[in-house]
Structure formats: structure tokens, C-alpha cells
Ligand binder design. Structure first.
Ligand code: SAM
Length: 407
């Protein structure tokens, strides 16, 4: 385990309780087994949090340091020099070849090879895993490739859409959350929601916000005298919350709101801005209702604000629905009706540069949510089209639903 002291020390410290205990072990588990992040066993911290720390570690070049240390040790064990002395070998090698030769993941096989050859004058050498290989393995030396070649791996292809971080609210999104969605912070949007929630929490009540984010709703609700506790997956979002006046009155647990119990009971729990759809399986959404019910006082309420799936806007055979088209922001939903998943694609122009982001969501109908509530011992008390208690009709595009714990 000595070698792993490097990444362990390099991983950032958590900003609050509930941080990366065993996070480095979880990363090693993924690397060793080759499993998907989502398949991380439940006795590790939530996979989204692990991935967030992993991505921060990658930014800090933890893996590079780690591999350099291992490579150095391996060379010394073999009685070779500590470092490769052929400095500049790659550029000399390139000069001898008309097109640059680049090793690439198997994900690039197919038309990309042709595209790279024609468009970039680069010859891609697809490197496949050896049969039966799971997870990381040292590849055999390829004399046909330049020493120290730049490897094309899926997240880093120049000119393609940036890979989607598993934690959809990483540092970059957290820092620009308010700038990207200014309309959400408009008092005309915030105030009715806060009044609605304050009424339900009752005087001196305690509220639990799932996915508290940067405190858009929690901060003004707390100013109304409601004690607010938040659950949040993204430490980066919480870091933004902590910079705001009034944050000292709000406590936060870092964790997955589908499963995290924070201790104590609440008169109100709420989940706004379509955030229920961040749970991408029915099981997780059902579990979320159960987890909330277990933390509500008898008679306590659970409020969800979420959109009605826009399937009626899809002509037969079409799966894409644009929801925002402005000069600075283009957004569209890509529906997969069979799996009940919509991938939201965003394209922003920020300071003359294109920024992209895509995230998967499980869209869900009101009736399905009612059934989840019933499974968790709650019944529907109210359903509105918005926070000002607009009537909910067949044409409503959003709903604000309130379920009450009956037992
Ligand atoms: C759309 S933002 C809403 C933030 C805030 N509630 C607001 O209204 O501005 C969704 C937030 O939920 C968090 N989130 C998403 N899935 C989560 C999960 N499973 N557990 C905890 N937080 C989650 C995200 O990190 C993000 O901060």
C-alpha cells in the first residue's frame, strides 16, 4: 500500500463532514476491477462524490505523479537509468514521419480513424485490451509508435464535446451556476417558492433540502426563520454556498439524497428544480421517497418541483426537443422513451468560447411519483402548476406536488 500514499495525500480534503473517507480506496476499486463508477459497491461513499474527488485529483495530476513514481521504481528495479534519457525522441521521430502517429483507445475505432487521417493528418493506432483483460494493465511496448506518444483517450479529444463528469455539478458548473441560470435567482421566481415552503414548514419549523446546491432557496428560507439542513453531493456547490451571507445558519451533509439520513426529523423536506430527475433509475427515486419519509415527523410534508415530460412535443420518430434557443445558450433534451431517460445537452457561449455540458435525467410522471409516495407511507395533499398555486391542468408544463406522511 506504500505506493498509494501518493494519491491519498494528494486528494483534496473535504470541505465539510462526510468527505472522502475511503475515497482513494474507492478509486482504486474502480481502477482494479474496471467497473463503471455507478457500480461502485454501497459500502464506499456515493460514486458521484468519489468521481468528483477523482476528477479533482486528475486536475492536480495525481495519476501522473503516481505513474511517474511507479515507472521510476520499475526502471531502477530493472537496473536501468531512473529516467528515459532520449529527450526529444518524439519530435525527432515525428520529423521522420509524414503524418503523426498516435495510439488511441478502442472507442476511436471506425470512422474517426478516417476522419483523423483526412482532417488532422494523424494516423490513429487503435490499441485494444488483450482478451480477458479487466481494468488497468501495462501495455506491451509498441516499437512502431513514438516514445512518449500522446495517447488519445475518450475525454480528451481535441474538438469533441467534453466528457460529462459523473457529478454533474463540478467546480466549473458551481462557479458559474448563477451566471448561467440568472432567471432562477430572480426574486419573482424565488420569493413565491420560499413563501410556499415557509408556510408548510410552519413557525420555527425545520426543513431538509435535498440537493441544496448554492443555497438559492435555502438561504432566503432560513431568513424566514426556518431551520434548514441540506444534503448535497457536490462539495463544489457547497463551497459556493459557504461564501454567501447567512450560510452560517445552514448545515449541510455531503452525500446522496437517495440514501443519506442526516439524523433528526423535519416538518418539511423539499426537492426543487427538477432535481429528482438526477436520480436516473426508478429504484433510486423510490429509495429517495423512503429516505425522506423516514426523516419526516408524522404529518410532515415532502415537496417536489419538476417538469412534466415533454413527450407530446415529439413528433413520431423524433427524439430531440429544444428547450432553450438564445444567442448565448442552446439547450435540447434527447429523449430515450424506452429507458425513460432524457439527456440534457447545453451549449453556452462564454467569453467567446463554446462550453458544453450533457447530463442524463430520469423523467417521471406525477402519477409515478404518487405511487412512490404511497410506497413510502405518504399521500398526495396538493398539486399545483407553480409556486403561486396556479391550477394544475392537462397543459401544465411543471408541477409542485406536496405529499404528507400519514403514519
Ligand atoms: C439543479 S441543482 C439545484 C440546486 C438548488 N436546489 C437550487 O434550487 O438552486 C441540483 C443540485 O442537486 C445536487 N444533486 C444531484 N443529485 C444529487 C444526489 N443524488 N444527492 C445529493 N445531491 C444531488 C447537485 O449537485 C446540485 O447541486
Amino acid at each position: 500500500m506504500h505506493a498509494f500514499a501518493v494519491p491519498s495525500r494528494c486528494y483534496p480534503r473535504p470541505c465539510r463532514a462526510g468527505g472522502p473517507r475511503n475515497t482513494d480506496a474507492a478509486v482504486l476499486y474502480v481502477v482494479r476491477t474496471g467497473c463503471a463508477w455507478r457500480q461502485l459497491p454501497f459500502d464506499f461513499p456515493p460514486w458521484q462524490m468519489v468521481y468528483w474527488y477523482f476528477a479533482r485529483g486528475e486536475d492536480a495530476k495525481v495519476t501522473d505523479h503516481f505513474l511517474t513514481a511507479l515507472r521510476r521504481r520499475f526502471r531502477l528495479q530493472q537496473g536501468r537509468a531512473e529516467r528515459d534519457g532520449r529527450l526529444g525522441a518524439r519530435s525527432r521521430w515525428s520529423q521522420d514521419h509524414a503524418a503523426e502517429h498516435v495510439p488511441a483507445d478502442a472507442g476511436f475505432a471506425g470512422i474517426l480513424v478516417e476522419w483523423a487521417h483526412r482532417g488532422l493528418r494523424t494516423t490513429l493506432h487503435i490499441v485494444r485490451k488483450t482478451p480477458g483483460q479487466i481494468g488497468f494493465a501495462v501495455m506491451a511496448h509498441r516499437p512502431d509508435l513514438p516514445p512518449g506518444s500522446t495517447w488519445w483517450s475518450l475525454p480528451s479529444v481535441p474538438g469533441t464535446v467534453e466528457s460529462v463528469p459523473e457529478n454533474n455539478f463540478d467546480e466549473r458548473v458551481a462557479q458559474t451556476y448563477e451566471a448561467k441560470w440568472p432567471e432562477l435567482f430572480d426574486p419573482a421566481v424565488v420569493d413565491p417558492a420560499v413563501s410556499f415552503l415557509a408556510d408548510l414548514a410552519g413557525p420555527g419549523g425545520a426543513a431538509l433540502e435535498l440537493g441544496i446546491g448554492t443555497g438559492r432557496i435555502a438561504l432566503p428560507l432560513s431568513r424566514r426563520g426556518v431551520r434548514v439542513h441540506g444534503i448535497e453531493l457536490s462539495p463544489a456547490m457547497v463551497a459556493q454556498l459557504e461564501t454567501k451571507p447567512g450560510a452560517e445558519h445552514i448545515s449541510v451533509t455531503i452525500g446522496d439524497f437517495a440514501t443519506t439520513r442526516v439524523g433528526g426529523t423535519f416538518t418539511l423536506a423539499y426537492l426543487v428544480r427538477n432535481t429528482i430527475t438526477n436520480l436516473t433509475t426508478q429504484d433510486e427515486q423510490v429509495e429517495c421517497f423512503r429516505t425522506v419519509a423516514a426523516q419526516l415527523e408524522p404529518g410532515g410534508c415532502f415537496v417536489i418541483e419538476v417538469y412534466i415530460p415533454e413527450l407530446r412535443r415529439l413528433p413520431p420518430g423524433q427524439s430531440i426537443h429544444p428547450f432553450t434557443v438564445t444567442p448565448a445558450h442552446l439547450g435540447f433534451e434527447e429523449y430515450d422513451v424506452a429507458s425513460q431517460i432524457a439527456v440534457s445537452h447545453h451549449y453556452w457561449v462564454v467569453d467567446g468560447r463554446l462550453e458544453t455540458r450533457s447530463s442524463p435525467h430520469r423523467f417521471v410522471w406525477p402519477s409515478e411519483l404518487d405511487l412512490m409516495a404511497r410506497l413510502a407511507g405518504m399521500t398526495l395533499r396538493e398539486r399545483w402548476a407553480g409556486w403561486k398555486r396556479e391550477p394544475f391542468t392537462s397543459d401544465s408544463r411543471n408541477h409542485v406536488s406536496v405529499w404528507q406522511k400519514t403514519s
